[in-house]
Design a protein around this ligand. Structure first.
Ligand code: 5GP
Ligand code: MG
Ligand code: MG
Length: 183
């Protein structure tokens, strides 16, 4: 790739091919588990968008999609612990089989809040599918039904994940050089 984003990348954790292989596997597991059901995928904006678009195409069942946006880290790299809904769902989830799709679970505070919030709307079921799981800094316990990869406490970018809104379109998951944070 000939762009200056690559100069900021210290190492690649998961290549485009590794991501594709793992997402196929997740899609197959979800397809088997939800046989005969319709899935409502709820993507958590904005980081989950690229993962969700690939995951949806790896699931061989009817899938509806909706999105929520919640307050997150902004340009900083550690959690404030405050969760706020910036954009709510467009559709009702009552009696639906909800599959929450997240890019990464770190403290767990975002999904802990979202799970509680969504359960109050009386769905038939809720499961979580996350591409990445970073358990080292977990503060709230969240049940993860489908997990792409467990990683150490790195701040990662690419494949939807940003630093200050940059790097989302890198096709792999990578770690930035320290200089990239210092601007
Ligand atoms: P949590 O509430 O579990 O701490 O994480 C909430 C959100 O913070 C994640 O969905 C993600 O958008 C962001 N986040 C957590 N860890 C990372 C990371 O390593 N890289 C990036 N780019 N975002 C992260
Ligand atoms: Mg997220
Ligand atoms: Mg972000």
């Amino acid at each position: 790739m000939s762009n200056n984003m690559m100069d900021d990348v210290e190492k690649i954790l998961f290549s485009e091919a590794e991501l594709a292989t793992r997402i196929k596997e997740l899609g197959q597991a979800i397809t088997a588990d939800y046989a005969g059901k319709e899935i409502l995928m709820i993507g958590v904006l904005r980081g989950a968008v690229i993962f969700m678009s690939d995951l949806a195409r790896a699931i061989e069942l009817p899938v509806a999609v909706d999105f929520m946006a919640v307050s997150s880290y902004g340009a900083a790299t550690s959690s404030s612990g405050v969760v706020r809904i910036l954009k709510d769902l467009d559709e009702d989830v009552e009696n639906k089989h909800v599959l929450i799709v997240e890019d990464i679970i770190d403290s767990g505070l975002t999904l802990n809040y979202l799970m509680e919030n969504l359960w109050s709307r009386k769905p038939a079921s809720i499961k979580i599918c996350t591409l990445l799981n970073k358990p080292d800094r977990r503060k709230a316990d969240v049940p993860i039904a489908y997990n792409g990869f467990t990683i150490p406490d790195y701040f990662v970018v690419g494949y939807g994940l940003d630093f200050a809104e940059k790097y989302r379109n890198l096709p792999f998951i990578g770690v930035l050089k320290p200089e990239a944070y210092q601007g």
